[in-house]
Ligand binder design. Structure first.
Ligand SMILES: [Zn+2]
Length: 385
């Protein structure tokens, strides 16, 4: 009797397994130089199925956009014959494209992901470097670059940052059901206390739907030009008379030199239009940007240009336009930076400009509410730590 029961259980469990296990799930990674078809061929999916499935996929996904290291989730049935049942890949941070076999053909559709917004709060002090200490406090790398840009309107990163300076950061992560972060949202709050300033900056959407940063009084932090167009650089030569490092004669240095490691990103110090992007005499690989109000900025000795940077292109303040190099007449990796006002080279350190835009009365009311919410949220999150 017991023997029969045991047999029954074995058969039953085999049936359940057969019902649950026909489709094998697998995560594939696109190799360098590989494509989707070769990837599926490696899984021994029949060629006809590959052709039909990729054709269905192309209705909602440009196959040219498949990139190395991209993840592709597949479900394959092995019985009674090999059959690709499902394929899923990410088309945007909040969207997947799904290809499904419906019994006689493949069909595809986009699927919106449900993302949770999770606030991330970090606090700390600068002990080794802005980047390292923020990273150690749990701030994502891309957010640190964003913070650098936000603070750059007010902070001179060569001179103002000292050991022990305190920072606070708040932003939102968009998190998928499986717990992975799909995207880091924009910085909502950024504070930095140095010997020279006590900045408390809040992200805020204006009535004209622009997201920007404002101090506690609701004044915009955006200035006409950034003080520092390179992250983590030091000034190696100031504006004024100096002995020419290449030829030795005394000359007037009409710019600032920022020394930084090769290929450190160079940021547009103001929004504007690319007037020159190419080789320019002693400046080597050079960019000249034309800004509003008669200002131009020049960036020399670059190793490489930023993505899409060429003559006539519009750039945004803080956008990466190139990378530190030592091309042209140069003794080592550095940026030669000039500010030109009405065709005269001026001392970049002397450029002072008023905040670009102040909030209206209505916006200021909304801003103050938002600020109070953020302050409270930050305090609550830090209490939980
Ligand atoms: Zn120079």
């Amino acid at each position: 009797m017991r023997h029969v029961l045991a047999k029954c259980i074995i058969i039953l469990s085999m049936l359940i397994t057969a019902a649950l296990l026909p489709a094998e799930e697998k995560e594939l990674t696109v190799p360098k130089g590989g494509n989707l078809s070769s990837l599926l061929r490696d899984e021994e999916i029949p060629g006809q199925q590959i052709a039909e499935a990729t054709k269905a996929l192309s209705a909602h996904y440009n196959l040219k956009h498949i990139y190395p290291n991209q993840k592709i989730l597949i479900k394959v049935e092995n019985e009674p014959e090999k059959r690709l049942m499902e394929m899923r890949l990410s088309s945007d941070y909040d969207e997947d494209v799904v290809v499904k076999y419906n019994g006689y053909a493949y069909e595809s559709y986009p699927e919106k992901l449900s993302l949770r917004m999770v606030p991330v709060a970090a606090e700390g002090s600068i002990e080794s470097s802005f980047y390292n200490d923020m990273s150690a406090a749990g701030v994502a790398g891309s957010k640190i670059m964003e913070l650098f840009r936000i603070f750059s309107f007010d902070v001179d990163f060569q001179r103002d940052i000292r050991k022990g300076d305190r920072f606070k950061v708040l932003y939102y992560d968009f998190v998928k059901d499986d717990g992975t972060v799909a995207k880091h949202g924009p910085v909502a709050y950024a504070a930095l206390k140095t010997n020279f300033s006590d900045l408390n900056l809040y992200g805020f959407v204006t009535d004209s739907n622009e997201y920007d940063y404002y101090n506690s009084e609701g004044k915009s932090v955006r200035k006409t030009l950034l003080k520092t167009p390179v992250a983590n650089a030091r000034i190696s030569s100031t504006y004024g008379k100096r002995t020419n490092p290449v030829y030795g004669y005394e000359s007037f240095h009409k710019g600032l030199d920022f020394a930084a490691p090769l290929n450190t990103p160079i940021l547009a110090s103001g929004s504007g239009t690319v007037e020159l992007a190419g080789w320019f005499d002693i400046y080597g690989n050079c960019i000249i940007l034309r800004h509003s109000n008669g200002y131009k900025t020049l960036y020399g000795h670059m190793n490489a240009y930023g993505k899409g940077i060429k003559k006539g292109v519009r750039v945004k303040q803080g956008q990466i336009i190139g990378y530190i190099g030592t091309t042209g007449m140069s003794t080592g990796p550095h940026l030669h930076y000039e500010v030109i006002f009405n065709d005269v080279k001026i001392n970049p350190a002397s450029v002072k400009s008023p905040p670009e835009r102040n909030l209206t009365k209505n916006e200021l009311e909304r801003f103050n509410k938002r600020k109070a919410q953020i302050d409270e949220l930050f305090e609550n999150l830090k209490k939980k730590d």
